[in-house]
Design a protein around this ligand. Structure first.
Ligand code: TMP
Length: 211
């Protein structure tokens, strides 16, 4: 596969969506063919799964059910969206991927990380990101950004602060153990965060032969 998979990760309100949009505009300006997608919800089936997973009224979803629904969304996404675009040589900007499941279902819910790794392997058939940008922001800052956006809180956002804190610790541990995960200080303003992302990606784009 000729394309590259760039994943954005982080806690609620870390600013992934606006950073991905700015990044897409920058890559298009450079004349690079780019596709933006997300998990959950990067396919038609995935959109239905996303609604089920995030609907605040769905209080009876058990942790294992939740884990399997995220995995089902991913399996469909990898086959329908990621692999075909990588084969075309596109750069993919993906809002969340396998590390979200480790952080949220592993660290957040306390499910077995070894089992999650196996499930991620099944869902992705081994497709890994080329680089993962972890947008690191304090959970209090992220959650208050979300609240002031006026959007109605979803099922996961409504979790207790201790859950979000465990998710954040999960990301920190993942980043400490993998060179591929680059920490971006997402507490700064939008423009400064985007500058850091572009600096990080410029080197990779050169190494990958895009510029
Ligand atoms: P977002 O796309 O707005 O970030 O929302 C997706 C939510 O789903 C977010 O709360 C994180 C959560 N999530 C998991 O818990 N596990 C996963 O594997 C993924 C992809 C997302």
């Amino acid at each position: 596969m000729n394309g590259r998979l760039i994943v954005f990760e982080g806690v609620e309100g870390c600013g992934k969506t606006s950073q991905i949009q700015l990044c897409q505009e920058w890559l298009q300006y450079l004349g690079i063919s780019v596709v933006v997608t997300r998990e959950p919800g990067g396919t038609a089936l995935g959109l239905d799964l996303r609604r089920l997973l995030l609907k605040a009224e769905n209080k009876t979803i058990f942790n294992t059910t939740e884990l399997l629904l995220y995995a089902a969304d991913r399996a469909q996404h990898v086959e329908e969206e990621l692999k075909p675009n990588l084969e075309k040589g596109n750069i993919i900007l993906c809002d969340r991927y396998t590390d979200s499941t480790i952080a949220y279902q592993g660290y957040g819910r306390g499910l077995d990380i070894n089992l999650i790794n196996v499930l991620n392997l099944i869902a992705t058939s081994g497709l890994e990101s080329d680089i993962t940008l972890w947008l690191d922001v304090d959970i209090e800052v992220g959650l208050s950004r979300k609240r002031s956006s006026g959007d109605i809180a979803d099922r996961i956002e409504l979790e207790a602060i201790a859950f979000h804190r465990r998710v954040q610790q999960g990301y920190a541990q993942l980043q400490a153990s993998q060179d591929k995960i680059v920490r971006i200080d997402a507490s700064l303003n939008k423009e400064a965060v985007q500058r850091m992302i572009q600096t990080t990606l410029s080197d990779r784009l050169k190494a990958w032969g895009y510029v």
